[in-house]
Design a protein around this ligand. Structure first.
Ligand code: SF4
Length: 212
């Protein structure tokens, strides 16, 4: 079955989902969008108000910044795939709760399994924790790990993937320092895209933290 069909089947399941309490507050499920054949996936935290209204990920102010950053390295949103850890908006944009992440976990895992990206960019601490845990690695604070190129084996993917954690764009809206970090990390992303074939040496968390 094509990737489009697999994603569409999954999307239909998620649209009906009531596995956690967030279904009661949503106006729309925000499944994710982009190219099913991309090699680059961006994973954020959860839909905000604008995303809940439109049913699309990253369309508010943080989304505009993310789009600018994607464009700044010569890509378009349609070239990548964008989704979140949670598919429904937490009330008042509060942080995701552990039981919600657990309930929603299989959907994101399945999206990654279908798309089979070569590079995963995690935006913020929740998606970073999600992916590090999927690699059996101890989560690290986003302030420490951002901008680090990792090569990890996720338990639901057959081969290693490059993981590049970054701050969530929402954190950069009113913080010029975080915005500079994001700009730097996107340059690193461009290098990863250009040189991923040459990245032969595994870069693991242990290696990174033991050598710096
Ligand atoms: S957040 Fe995920 S698990 Fe919870 S209702 Fe929405 S789709 Fe289902």
């Amino acid at each position: 079955m094509s990737k489009e069909k697999q994603l569409e089947e999954l999307r239909r399941v998620v649209l009906e989902c009531r596995k956690c309490k967030l279904w009661q507050y949503r106006r729309n499920v925000v499944f994710g969008e982009g190219s099913p054949y991309t090699s680059i996936m961006f994973i954020g935290e959860a839909p905000g108000e604008k995303e809940d209204l439109s049913g699309r990920p990253f369309v508010g102010s943080a989304g505009k910044l993310l789009t600018q950053l994607i464009n700044s390295i010569g890509l378009r949103r349609e070239d990548v795939y964008i989704t979140n850890v949670l598919k429904c908006r937490p009330p008042e944009n509060r942080d995701p709760e552990p039981d919600e992440i657990e309930a929603c976990r299989p959907y994101l895992e399945k999206q990654i399994e279908i798309i089979q990206p070569e590079i995963i960019v995690t935006l913020g601490r929740y998606s970073t924790k999600f992916i590090l845990e999927a690699a059996g690695t101890t989560p690290q604070p986003i302030s420490r790990i951002r901008g680090t190129v990792l090569r990890l084996k996720l338990r639901f993917l057959p081969r290693e993937v490059i993981v590049l954690p970054m701050y969530h764009p929402a954190a950069a809206l009113y913080n010029p320092r975080v915005r500079r970090y994001l700009e730097e990390d996107f340059k690193k992303l461009r290098q990863c895209i250009e040189h991923r074939i040459a990245l032969k040496e595994p870069v693991t968390l242990d290696k990174f933290f033991n050598t710096t």
